[in-house]
Design a protein around this ligand. Structure first.
Ligand SMILES: Cc1cc2nc3c(=O)[nH]c(=O)nc-3n(C[C@H](O)[C@H](O)[C@H](O)COP(=O)(O)OP(=O)(O)OC[C@H]3O[C@@H](n4cnc5c(N)ncnc54)[C@H](O)[C@@H]3O)c2cc1C
Ligand code: FES
Length: 291
């Protein structure tokens, strides 16, 4: 029995098959200022929420054409089995040569993928005894891993509240990946939802009596993650953060993604993360990450 065939525990880390594999792009849609593209992965396995893949287009990547050269890291926004394999969804914001090439992929083109990689989100009951549910806090392109996490939590019968924040219209998207109306939105320019930060919404939610029994899961820009980490620490609320650092290999070999651990030493975010508990790190303000 293969790993993808057996029923997996929620939050169980999934191991990638050896090497990279070529997958067909099946769609590429506009989503606000971002793009959602999907690939058909005939091999699998189905990823766990919070894991990521290293992606590189087959054409228009490296070689004599120069940058981008190395594969780029992307959180999986969804990944579900269907008759021909696994459909993987990714949310991308074009910020440089790699992301611009991925944003321009057309259906029928091919993409090299390596993954799923890294440590996924842990279920609320592993973070808090007698957990009442999950609170998902996303900022900008960081909403991606929370979409698959919400779907997996709901499938396991675990309630999840979703708070998403965006800077402005151009730096927003991916809301439809959540496939639900119970999302609270915030935007800094006021184009949607509460005018201000998504952490304003979290602050209100954490005033509730049941807050200490919630597990908070966050992904977004470093300043947002650091604010969430501090808010949760001050209130004794458990949290996990899906972080980013510049990643050259994605599997522990280059040490490019090292971040300081609380209490000394370093962790490699590609193997010890990208999901980390709030108390494991000194700060979420990682140099070279976030856009
Ligand atoms: C675990 C993980 C998951 C990620 N998930 C997503 C995702 O779901 N969607 C998405 O669009 N992006 C995601 N990223 C960020 C993405 O990998 C980078 O934006 C990408 O590598 C940039 O490549 P580029 O060639 O387009 O630009 P580059 O020329 O490499 O960089 C362009 C700009 O982006 C900044 N940048 C470079 N690397 C990162 C990084 N890791 N994080 C933030 N900013 C960076 C640079 O400082 C520069 O300003 C993720 C990164 C990691 C580590
Ligand atoms: S990206 Fe190479 S060790 Fe983490």
């Amino acid at each position: 029995m293969t790993a993808s065939m057996r029923a997996r525990r929620l939050g169980e880390r999934v191991t990638a098959p050896f090497g990279r594999r070529l997958c067909e792009v099946t769609r590429n849609l506009t989503s606000g200022g971002y793009r959602i593209f999907s690939v058909s992965d005939p091999v699998g396995p189905e990823p766990a929420a919070g894991q990521f893949y290293m992606l590189a287009a087959d054409a228009g990547w490296g070689g004599n054409e120069g940058r981008p050269y190395l594969a780029r890291a992307f959180s999986v926004a969804d990944g579900e089995s269907y008759a021909d394999g696994i459909r993987l969804d990714f949310l991308v914001q074009a910020v440089g040569p790699g992301t611009s090439r991925l944003a321009a992929l057309e259906a029928g083109e091919e993409l090299w993928i390596h993954g799923p990689l890294g440590r996924p989100f842990a279920p609320p009951h592993e973070l808090v005894e007698g957990a009442a549910g999950a609170v998902l806090v996303g900022g900008g392109i960081g909403v991606a891993p929370l979409a698959i996490w919400r779907r997996q939590l709901l499938a396991a019968g675990i309630p999840a509240r979703v708070l998403l924040g965006f800077r402005d219209r151009a730096n927003s998207g991916g809301v439809e990946l959540f496939d639900c109306s119970e999302i609270r939105l915030a935007s800094e320019d006021g184009h949607t939802g509460h005018r201000g930060y998504v952490t304003d919404l979290l602050g209100v939610l954490l005033e509730g009596d049941d807050a200490p029994s919630a597990a908070v899961y966050a992904c977004g820009p470093p300043a947002m993650l650091e604010a969430v980490r501090l808010m949760c620490a001050e209130r004794g609320v458990a949290c996990e953060l899906a972080m980013e650092a510049p990643m050259a290999c994605g599997f522990g070999a280059c040490f490019g993604c090292a971040v300081p651990r609380a209490g000394g030493g370093y962790m490699r975010l590609c193997v010890d993360g990208p999901v980390v508990r709030g108390e494991e790190i000194e700060t979420a303000l990682v140099p070279g990450s976030g856009h």
